[in-house]
Design a protein around this ligand. Structure first.
Ligand code: GAF
Length: 384
């Protein structure tokens, strides 16, 4: 995250002014995909890639925002109801509107921002952007909003202005991230625990398939709908305690097999198993048992590919290569429909695995994957 770059662009666009600088990270997730909106557990960590924004109050009721990476400028009024057309600006607009909805008094500001979270790679550049502005505006205008609510403001921005009915994982990780630790988060109660994650003898490697699914957000929302349908069927079948799929067991799901579609059944099966896998991985980590962690990651990939159907040929291929190379754990990370695999690789296998993955992937798809090695880092903060 290059602060000087952002500062020089801000100066250039806003008459040599100097503002305050804030940053928020993207995230990885060791295990627990599509469990957050099912009230289940997730296990993310913030990373050393994120968004940096310089912001200065401008004495008007307008926001003037410049995206340094996209070289695009958007202006909107704080009292406007209609979101800007540019999708990047909707995140900033949404955060402002959600703060105002909650009674927060904010004023117009100028901002220039840039980021180094690869777009569409499943590391949540959008949460990084939302959290940067939610954190910054809270700090600049002394709004006194707590960190839980800051994460919810980001999530509500996705729901109400960006068309994605996401869970809370990405925004939570971006706000609550802690250097060197993963966060086990219970997405129903928002109770969380930091797990120091320094797997001696292993590396975490992200391989980006560079595939982006055009209709990812509608497919994502459809998955969520399936889960809600399955949870409602179980609830109405004499299990009133089942608010989310997280509360259901496989036996309960089997009881309603004839009442829901085969597709909804598969989605629910994946989620019920995945919630348990997060807990299993946390236990395994406490024992230092990385073999079990890795095995669960492969199980997640299998579930995401065959039951939840959010993988794709390229990601399945990267997963197969990992298996063949003896990589401890590998799976598609994030929402899916493209993006990265996350791989837990023994140090001594690392170089051979990367070489093999690049060569085989290029041979099959005509281009190489991209490699990212990330450091688990702190969440939203003020830099200057
Ligand atoms: C996306 C969403 F934004 C998260 O809330 C989560 O559901 C994730 O996909 C899948 O685990 O990143």
């Amino acid at each position: 995250m290059d602060i000087e770059h952002v500062r020089s662009r801000f100066k250039k666009h806003f008459n040599d002014e100097v503002g305050s600088v804030y940053a928020s990270p993207g995230r990885i997730n060791l295990i627990g995909e599509h469990t957050d909106y099912n009230g289940g557990f997730v296990f993310p960590g913030a990373i050393d890639k994120g968004m940096v924004a310089e912001i200065k109050v401008n004495g008007t009721d307008k926001v003037r925002a410049y995206s340094i990476d996209l070289k695009d400028y958007v202006e909107f009024g704080l009292n406007e109801e209609d979101a800007p057309k540019a999708s990047w600006a909707r995140y900033i607009f949404g955060v402002c509107r959600e703060i105002i909805k909650r009674g927060g008094k904010i004023q117009g500001f100028d901002t220039a921002f840039a980021g180094d979270v690869p777009l569409g790679a499943g590391m949540s550049s959008s949460a990084a952007l939302e959290s940067t502005f939610a954190f910054a505006l809270n700090d600049m205008f002394n709004l006194g909003i707590d960190k839980f609510e800051l994460a919810k403001i980001g999530q509500a921005t996705e729901h109400n202005y960006c068309g994605v009915n996401c869970g809370i994982m990405d925004q939570f990780a971006s706000v609550f991230g802690k250097e060197g630790s993963l966060i086990r988060l219970d997405c129903r109660s928002l109770e969380y625990k930091y797990f120091p994650f320094k797997p001696v003898g292993y590396k975490l490697v992200l391989l980006d398939s560079v595939v982006k699914h055009e209709l990812a957000s509608s497919a994502y929302n459809k998955r969520r709908q399936s889960c809600e349908t399955a949870a409602a069927a179980i609830r109405n079948n004499n299990h009133p305690e089942v608010e989310f799929l997280r509360d259901a067991t496989m036996d309960m799901l089997k009881e309603v097999k004839d009442q829901i579609s085969a597709e909804d059944y598969m989605r629910a099966e994946y989620v019920i198993e995945e919630v348990q896998r997060v807990l299993d991985v946390c236990d395994a980590l406490e024992r230092g048992d990385y073999e079990t962690v890795g095995q669960k990651m492969y199980e997640t990939h299998h579930g995401m590919s065959k039951l939840y159907e959010v993988s794709c040929e390229e990601l399945d291929y990267l997963n197969d290569i990992a298996k063949k190379c003896g990589v401890t754990g590998s799976r598609v990370m994030g929402g899916g429909f493209g993006g990265c695999t996350i791989n837990l690789v023994k140090d001594e296998l690392h170089d051979a695995f990367i070489k093999e993955a690049f060569a085989l992937y290029k041979e099959k798809f005509g281009h190489e994957p991209k490699l990212y090695e990330v450091v688990i880092s702190d969440g939203a903060r003020k830099l200057a």
